[in-house]
Design a protein around this ligand. Structure first.
Ligand SMILES: NC(=O)c1ccc[n+]([C@@H]2O[C@H](COP(=O)([O-])OP(=O)(O)OC[C@H]3O[C@@H](n4cnc5c(N)ncnc54)[C@H](OP(=O)(O)O)[C@@H]3O)[C@@H](O)[C@H]2O)c1
Ligand SMILES: [Zn+2]
Length: 337
C-alpha cells in the first residue's frame, strides 16, 4: 500500500509517497481502508522537527490522527466492528489502568498518547476506538472531527460555556478556531475572534462568528474586544502573547482554556490579576471518545457542518502542509488516500 511518509523533518519538502506493507490487525485491532484523514498543526510540528514525539531516528514516519474509512479486517478478539463498517477513529491512546482512566475523563490518562498512521491507504487501529458512522456522515466530514472539533468541544465544556456568554477565540480561522466558533454558537454563546486576514474572518462569519478583529497587535485586540464586552471564556490555542492578552481581557471570574502554543511556548501570568479577579487558567488536551460520538451525532442530525477548506489526494499531501504553514486555509484540510 502507499503512505504519505515524513522522510525528513524539514517541512513540506520532507513528505514522500512511498510503498510499505499493509498492516496486520493483531488480535484486538482493525485495519481500516482510509478514505479520509485530516491534518492538524500537530502533524506540521512533527514535519518541521518541532515535536519531541518524533526524531530523525524514527523516519520514515507516517502521521495522521483523524482517520475515517471502511473496516477491511479485524483481529480474532474483535466483536465491536466488522469488515464493511464505516467508521471514524478516536485517536486517543489510554492505558485503562491509571487513576485518571478509572475516574475520567479519559483524556487525562497519565500515559496518554495519540494514534498516528492515517496518511495511508490503510491504517491499523485499536478496534475499541472506532466510532460507527451513519450514512448521513461522509468520511471526509467525519475525518475533520476527531482532533479539532473534539478538542474545541472539550475546552468549551471546561469553561462551562453557555447561552449569552461571550467567548474570545484568538486565531479563529484554523481547525480548532473555526470549530470553537461553531460549537460556541451551538451552545448559545456569542463569539469574538481574531485573524491576520480580513478575508478569512469574512469566511468564518459564515460559520457563525459574531465579531471578527483583523489584527495581530495584542493591545489593539484588547481594546476592540473590550468595546464588545469582557469575555466569559477564552479558548486559547495560540499560547505566547495571546495568553497574557486572554488573561487581561477576560471578565472577572472568567476562564481561559489553553491547548496550544502556535504563537509561543511561554507566557507571563499576572498573579495579582489572577487572584483578585478570580480568573481561572486551565490546560486541556484533546477530548473524550464520548464527546467525539456526540459530535458525530450532531453532524448526522445536520446541527453541525464542519468547515472543510480543501481536500487533497495522497500524492498531494505536501501541498496540504504548505497550505497550513502558509496560513492560507479556513477550517480543515483533508487528505483522501
Ligand atoms: N492539546 C491538544 O489536544 C490540541 C489539539 C488540537 C490542536 N492543538 C493545538 O492548537 C493549535 C491550533 O491547531 P490547529 O490544528 O487548529 O492549527 P491551524 O489550523 O493551523 O490554526 C491556524 C490558526 O492559527 C493562527 N496562527 C497560525 N500561526 C500563527 C502565529 N504565528 N501567530 C498567531 N496566530 C497564528 C492562524 O491565524 P491567521 O488567520 O492569522 O492565519 C489561524 O487562525 C496548535 O498549536 C495545535 O498544536 C492542541
Ligand atoms: Zn490511563
Amino acid at each position: 500500500m502507499r503512505v504519505a511518509a515524513f522522510t525528513d523533518l524539514i517541512g513540506p519538502d520532507g513528505v514522500d509517497v512511498i510503498d510499505c506493507e499493509t498492516p496486520d490487525p493483531g488480535s484486538d485491532g482493525a485495519v481500516v481502508d482510509v478514505d479520509a484523514c485530516a491534518i492538524n498543526r500537530h502533524d506540521l510540528w512533527i514535519l518541521e522537527g518541532e515535536s519531541a514525539m518524533v526524531e530523525t531516528d524514527d523516519l520514515p514516519f507516517v502521521t495522521g490522527l483523524d482517520v475515517a474509512g471502511t473496516v477491511r479486517e479485524v483481529g480474532e478478539g474483535v466483536s465491536r466492528v466488522e469488515p464493511g463498517d464505516r467508521v471514524v477513529l478516536c485517536p486517543n491512546e489510554t492505558c485503562g489502568q491509571c487513576r485518571f482512566c478509572r475516574e475520567g475523563p479519559e483524556n487525562l490518562c497519565a500515559n496518554f498518547s495519540l494514534s498516528h498512521g492515517g496518511l495511508a491507504e490503510a491504517a491499523r487501529v485499536e478496534a475499541d476506538r472506532l466510532v460507527a458512522l451513519s450514512d448521513e456522515v461522509s468520511t471526509t466530514v467525519a475525518a475533520s472531527i476527531p482532533t479539532a472539533y473534539t478538542t474545541a468541544f472539550h475546552m468549551l465544556r471546561r469553561a462551562d460555556v453557555g447561552p449569552a456568554d461571550l467567548v474570545f477565540v484568538p486565531g479563529a480561522t484554523g481547525g480548532v478556531g473555526v470549530a470553537t466558533v461553531q460549537l460556541a454558537t451551538i451552545l448559545g454563546a456569542r463569539t469574538v475572534g481574531t485573524s491576520s486576514s480580513e478575508s478569512k474572518l469574512e469566511q468564518v462569519r459564515e460559520f457563525g462568528l459574531d465579531h471578527g478583529i483583523q489584527s495581530t497587535d495584542t493591545d489593539e485586540i484588547y481594546e476592540q474586544v473590550r468595546e464588545i464586552g469582557a469575555p466569559d471564556a477564552v479558548v486559547n490555542h495560540l499560547g505566547g502573547e495571546y495568553t497574557e492578552l486572554g488573561q487581561r481581557v477576560m471578565a472577572r471570574g472568567g476562564t481561559m482554556v489553553v491547548c496550544g502554543r502556535t504563537a509561543g511556548g511561554t507566557s507571563t501570568i499576572d498573579v495579582a490579576d489572577l487572584f483578585l479577579e478570580h480568573k481561572r487558567i486551565v490546560g486541556s488536551t484533546m477530548g473524550t471518545q464520548d464527546e467525539l460520538c456526540r459530535l458525530v451525532d450532531l453532524v448526522a442530525a445536520s446541527d453541525l457542518e464542519p468547515a472543510i477548506d480543501e481536500t487533497y489526494a495522497l500524492a498531494e499531501t505536501a501541498d496540504a502542509f504548505v497550505a497550513m504553514s502558509e496560513r492560507e486555509s479556513v477550517g480543515k484540510l483533508v487528505v483522501q488516500p
